[in-house]
Write a protein that binds this ligand. Structure first.
Ligand code: SF4
Length: 605
């Protein structure tokens, strides 16, 4: 009996832990189960051709909100060309409203509800033998009765004892691609919290895998070349001692592998934070933290216990350590959250300056309390996955569309870290608030139709510049200083390159004589810049090879050291590029206002 476990991942680099868990558990009786991973971008024809070539008797599909609709297209075609194949669905998307799915997709023979390992294995045993499907806990199936097909859903299966599950991380066929894909890893199942929009709130209790086995699997993966391991535990830091032990273990054994965790920031214990601040190697850990809303009444309505003061303390401490990137999540469209309170939520969270801020929109997931209570708040939402909301009593569709424009430029600019100096300047000193900056820029972006066309790095800069020139003065209530902004934008543009940029997007105002004069000054008196710059020891020729310069209308060194924008002096920004293996490094030569390189005196003398 050929068995294929398939799924459509969102991206090629993702891997499906679910398929590997099912295979590992069933392998003792079905040693030749094949795993077939595709992406939602693959043409259905290619997927079906590949599945067909494998000649399966059974195909299982792992279903999520991101792939269900694409999976249905595949199933529809597969049934037409393989009328005998047994099609099994499983995964969170079909584990709720199971009868609905059996009715909507008549080509499907079985649905495995909930945790799948034992149920899928038992189903395979029945398929191979007596076909007594009524004995399989957690299974939905069809039965022919009096010429009619009936849908039957068996009682659920008790939660699995995690100690009984074999490791899903040690398949030899995974090793060649371990280094260039994300390895998903679970050390626990379940979440103790009850946020009403989240599927994890439905299951009660948290179960852990044996910690020694977990450690051995992680070592095996690192030894085999894994570079990025993403823990799928709903809250990695529920138990202080467990989290501390695992963080310590990972710090001692990472060997360059990067680990991502979902943590609940307000319950992070100070001693764990202190340990991380002291010992975590930079860049090895990344935290994902759901904030969702800072509006108390909203959090109460969705039964989300969250102490924003404590959350702030954690995020700030992690940020100050400078060692761990943080990705914070927000959800627009929660109950009692209108446009203005969401603006406040956004600004509260942006104030923490997370490396990434992801702005999502509420999804009415099947099985969640939020979906059950949808009418109470007047929600309208998409009938099909991902079930995103289209409005509610407080947040009409027009506001959702406005907030989507914020999300668009937030992703392109802040989350992509294209121009951190410029953005910090604009959100901290120019616009009334970060949200207002992203909103007015997002509106402008859409008016120009830029969402329909692609963009190069230069476009991102010139489009922001165009917005600031057209709307900046008004939207910033007169606080915009175009010269200072352009100075920051030049610096950020230089910082985005590994090599000397071939082109610039602004008008280069220095003439040849001035440019040559500054270069001469830099090579003859490098100590005027800094000791670090002088220690590079660049002679004239090397400087020409490695440096780009331009004028910035304020004292850049003072900005870097004290955060002040002092326009009583100016700077020559000197960006040094030394090749692929070293990031470009900026230096600044402090000069007088309107000083030219030919003037004998400089403010440094
Ligand atoms: S949102 Fe996070 S904390 Fe809340 S129930 Fe889901 S997984 Fe648990």
């Amino acid at each position: 009996m050929n068995i294929v476990l398939a799924t459509l991942n969102a991206k090629y680099i993702h891997t499906s832990l679910a398929l590997r868990c099912l295979k590992a558990f069933a392998e003792k009786d079905f040693p030749n189960i094949e795993i077939a991973e595709y992406t939602i971008k693959d043409p259905a024809m290619n997927i079906v051709s590949d599945l067909f070539a494998r000649r399966p008797a059974v195909v299982g599909f792992s279903c999520y909100i991101w792939n269900i609709e694409e999976t249905i297209v595949v199933i529809d075609m597969l049934r037409k060309i393989m009328p005998e194949v047994k099609i099994v669905l499983g995964g969170p998307e079909v584990s709720y409203d199971t009868e609905f799915w059996m009715e909507r997709i008549p080509q499907v023979d079985f649905i495995v509800v909930g945790e799948g390992e034992e149920t899928f294995h038992h189903l395979l045993l029945e398929l191979r033998s007596t076909r007594k499907y009524h004995l399989v806990f957690g299974l939905a199936y069809r039965k022919e009765r009096e010429g009619k097909s009936e849908i039957l859903v068996n009682p659920g299966r008790p939660k699995l004892d995690l100690a009984s599950l074999p490791s899903p991380y040690r398949f030899a066929e995974d090793i060649p691609t371990l280094g260039n894909r994300v390895v998903y890893f679970e050390t626990s199942r379940g979440c103790p919290f009850s946020c009403q929009f989240c599927l994890s709130s439905i299951e009660v209790g948290v179960r852990y895998f044996d910690i020694e086995r977990t450690k051995a699997d992680i070592i095996y993966l690192i030894d085999s070349g894994a570079k990025l391991i993403k823990f799928v535990d709903r809250t990695f830091n529920i138990k202080r001692d467990y989290a501390l032990e695992m963080f310590r273990f990972l710090i001692e054994n990472h060997r360059g592998c990067v680990f991502q965790f979902e943590i609940t920031a307000d319950i992070m214990r100070p001693e764990v934070l202190d340990y991380l601040a002291e010992h975590a190697p930079p860049g090895v850990f990344r935290f994902e933290i759901g904030v969702q809303s800072t509006n108390d009444i909203t959090n109460e309505a969705v039964k989300r216990r969250q102490n924003f003061t404590k959350l702030t303390r954690t995020v700030t401490k992690v940020k100050e350590s400078g060692k761990i990137d943080q990705h914070l999540d927000l959800i627009a469209g929660l109950p009692h959250e209108d446009y203005d309170t969401f603006r406040k939520t956004f600004n509260d969270v942006f104030a923490l300056r997370p490396e990434e801020l992801q702005l999502g929109f509420l999804k009415m997931l099947r099985g969640t309390g939020m979906r059950i209570d949808a009418e109470k708040h007047g929600y309208v939402y998409m009938d099909r996955a991902p079930y995103e909301i289209l409005g509610n009593d407080l947040l009409p569709f027009a506001d959702i569309v406005r907030i989507k424009r914020v999300e668009d430029v937030l992703e392109k600019y802040w989350n992509a870290h294209r121009m951190d100096h410029t953005l910090l300047y604009l959100v901290e000193r120019v616009f009334p608030s970060p949200f207002d900056f992203f909103q007015s820029f997002g509106d402008y972006w859409e008016e120009r139709g830029w969402q329909r066309i692609g963009h190069q790095l230069e476009d991102l800069f010139s489009r922001l510049w165009s917005f600031l020139n057209d709307r900046g003065a008004e939207a910033s209530e007169g606080r915009l200083d175009p010269d200072v902004t352009l100075g920051f934008m030049k610096l950020d543009y230089f910082l985005q390159h590994k090599y000397k940029p071939r082109k610039i997007w602004w008008d280069f105002a220095m003439d040849k004589a001035e440019w040559s004069g500054w270069m001469k000054r830099l090579s003859e008196r490098p100590q005027d810049v800094s000791g670090g710059f002088a220690s590079l020891g660049f002679a004239d020729k090397e400087l020409h090879k490695h440096a780009v310069i331009d004028r910035v209308p304020f004292d850049l060194e003072r900005y870097w050291s004290a955060g002040e924008i002092d326009k009583t002096a100016e700077s020559i920004v000197v960006m040094i590029y030394q090749g692929e293996n070293s990031a470009g490094k900026p230096y600044a030569l402090r000069i007088g206002r309107n000083e030219t390189p030919l003037q004998a005196q400089s403010v440094n003398e």
